[in-house]
Design a protein around this ligand. Structure first.
Ligand SMILES: NC(=O)c1ccc[n+]([C@@H]2O[C@H](COP(=O)([O-])OP(=O)(O)OC[C@H]3O[C@@H](n4cnc5c(N)ncnc54)[C@H](OP(=O)(O)O)[C@@H]3O)[C@@H](O)[C@H]2O)c1
Length: 303
């Protein structure tokens, strides 16, 4: 058996697509899941293992024989030194030869975000790493903001008129698959966005057209936004980070488009229009669905 690629966050926006891409292309992939029940949602035939960053007893089985690691920081983890360093150290000791980390656009300029702390740990570590610094996921609209859209036809986000260079998480997974499966990406950092910056008013108009019902952008005060998330049970650390990120959007800090996604994938990034069409059932009252991806790995050397 070839050395497996361990994918953390295998049930998440990026990890779930990455697992599918690697599996479809014939790579040996090991999906790290927090609880056994989640393994039912993985593509058939994918090897999986129970793994929890905060439970070192799950590391040994997860890392055995692993050559490459896709590292994702669970959104609720803010104590990186306490909750992620042990797994990163374990990966190095277990002989992992490349870590690809799902980071945040601009993390290199913002020491306060947890992603910057993970990047610092990787830099201090001996394992070659690749950083994928990503802009806002389009999938935030189909996950975090789905309830407001479905119940109130409202994009309830405090971003003012600031524009966002959204990226589809499926493109991030495609980039991750590529850098995990071809040489030349060690010690590199890529800033990944989609191909256009859009305001939420424009996004609301696109959704209205595709979904056939009016969706508005109500642009609430940031305190109302934070209060609503907190009342829904999101942890305070998560509410604070998400609210702060939308404030940066309000000031135009999320609008810069980078060329790197298109260069790495050798095709234009997926558009917001495409995303809304593909995910339309999510906002039409059906359960959350992750559409089957028709993407393929670009350039990876097949096993
Ligand atoms: N959303 C954005 O716009 C954006 C932009 C740039 C970067 N990011 C970063 O991307 C990351 C999230 O990626 P995503 O959206 O693909 O993930 P996601 O959909 O938020 O899913 C989180 C994943 O983490 C797993 N998880 C939760 N607790 C865990 C633990 N203790 N140990 C191991 N795994 C655990 C979850 O498993 P369960 O299914 O069991 O919960 C799930 O697979 C975050 O670090 C976020 O800051 C996000």
């Amino acid at each position: 058996m070839k050395s497996p690629i361990l994918v953390t966050g295998a049930t998440g926006n990026v990890g779930s697509v990455l697992v599918q891409l690697l599996h479809n292309a014939g790579y040996t992939v090991r999906a790290a899941v927090v609880s056994e029940a989640e393994a039912d949602y993985l593509p058939k035939g994918v090897d999986w293992v129970k793994f929890d960053f905060t439970d070192p007893t799950t590391y040994a089985r997860a890392f055995v024989g692993v050559e490459k690691l896709f590292l994702m920081r669970p959104p609720h983890i803010s104590q990186v030194e306490r909750d992620m360093k042990p797994a990163i150290d374990y990966a190095a000791a277990a002989g992992v030869q490349q870590i690809v980390f799902l980071s945040l656009l601009g993390a290199e300029k913002n020491n306060f975000v947890p992603h910057a702390k993970v990047e610092a740990l990787l830099e201090a570590n001996s394992v070659p790493y690749t950083l994928l610094r990503c802009g806002f996921f389009m999938q935030n609209l189909s996950t975090t903001h789905r309830q407001d859209i479905n119940e109130n036809n409202d994009i309830f986000i405090p971003a003012g008129t600031g524009k966002t260079a959204f990226i589809d998480a499926r493109d991030i997974a495609a980039v991750a698959a590529k850098v995990l499966t071809e040489p030349g990406h060690a010690e590199r950092a890529y800033s990944l966005t989609g191909s256009e910056a859009l305001g939420y008013q424009e996004v609301a108009a696109m959704m209205s057209e595709v979904l056939g019902r009016p969706i508005r952008y109500s642009n609430p005060h940031f305190l109302r936004f934070a209060w609503r998330l907190w009342r829904r049970g999101f942890p305070l650390s998560y509410v604070t980070v998400v609210t702060a990120i939308y404030l940066t959007t309000r000031f135009g800090l999320a609008e810069a488009v980078t060329p790197e996604t298109a260069v790495l994938l050798d095709r234009p990034p997926l558009t917001m229009q495409q995303f809304i069409s593909d995910y339309a059932p999510v906002w039409q009252g059906e359960t959350a669905v992750i559409p089957n991806t028709t993407l393929e790995i670009v350039g990876g050397s097949k096993q």
